[in-house]
Design a protein around this ligand. Sequence first.
Ligand code: ARG
Length: 404
Amino acid sequence: MGRKKIAVAYSGGLDTSVMVKWLSEKYDADIITVTGILGKTKELEGLEEKAYKTGASKVIIADLQEKFIKDYAFKALKAGAIYEEVYPLATAIGRPLLAKLLVETALAEGAETVAHGCTGKGNDQVRFEVGVQSLAPELNIIAPLRTWEFNSRDEEIDYAVKNDIPIKVTKSSPYSIDENLWGVAVECGVLEDPTATPPDDAYQITVDPKLAKDKPETVSVEFEYGIPIKLNGQSYSPAELVSALNFAGGSHGIGRIDLIENRVVGIKSREIYEAPAAVILHKSHQELERLVLDRETFRFKQLVSDKVANLIYDGLWFTPLFDGLMAFVDSIQKNVTGEVVLEFYKGNLNILSRTSPFSLYDKDLATYSPQDTFDRKAAEGFLKIYGLPYKTLNIVKNKTYQEV
Ligand code: ARG
């Protein structure tokens, strides 16, 4: 038997860097760092070298950008999954994929333990650990941030310096930022005060709508079976399409969200999000569904969307209920094909037009002009019967005790 192996979810930031060294000493283990790329971020520069210098015995880096958008973000998009009505769930959607990569690496490398750098009061520990438990129940999980001796960033920095762990000595941002292609999440610092308006430096990828371009921009998004495939008539891969929309929407100040949200661990937190592409795509996708879904399916889908959003937020991606609800979502996407044209202007997102070969909109039925084909006379009988339960109810209600 060789040395014990631990697969560590590694971002290259201070916490996970300190973790690599700390785990190898405390458990006398070989550390395999595992990094999934879900979007281009500054932390990725020189990551491999840094991981080895920090003491990793093996470094795994996987570019998962296309997979993330295609198999995770677009699934959530089809489902209409938006948490508490506003958050398109960027971080929450990324975690199951990172947990899967961590598990697959651990199994392939013969590690019986995995570790992550999530704190003890956040949602991400839930998503990682429920993900790992669902995918590989035999693995042990260690969460050093919940148990180790360091009480502050400064103590971690001291440890890093003492142990020659390369850390960037840049002016540390007051914010905690989590970024992937589906969106950016920013918390901490002044944002912890719910009465404080987010300062401009809190935003990473969008411009202030007030300072955005004066010229509106028109963009058409084409969907096939609920999946966006073209922008302005041009085909894109999933990750490229999202990148292009983040850039275009961000430059018009679209996709800023400021939310007091309910965390899984029971506390309320305040986070700001930037998700231009996710906001644009959810709005367009829903617009197409308005056109092609019959009324009862549309209404039921709203319930499913809310439930799927909660499951994703709560770390329950790899569960039978999630799969079952997604089967429903897929079954109703076959007509969600068509084009939505939108206008971006100073933080506003306006629908200019929508069209689909499966549109259920019938102008002859809807019109108030002489072309009207709707049978108004039929409405009379319909209403006699439709209102009957309430007519009956009120006749009884208006009776006095003596009459009964
Ligand atoms: N509140 C978001 C969620 O639970 C984001 C969490 C990570 N945020 C951060 N700023 N590091 O999905």
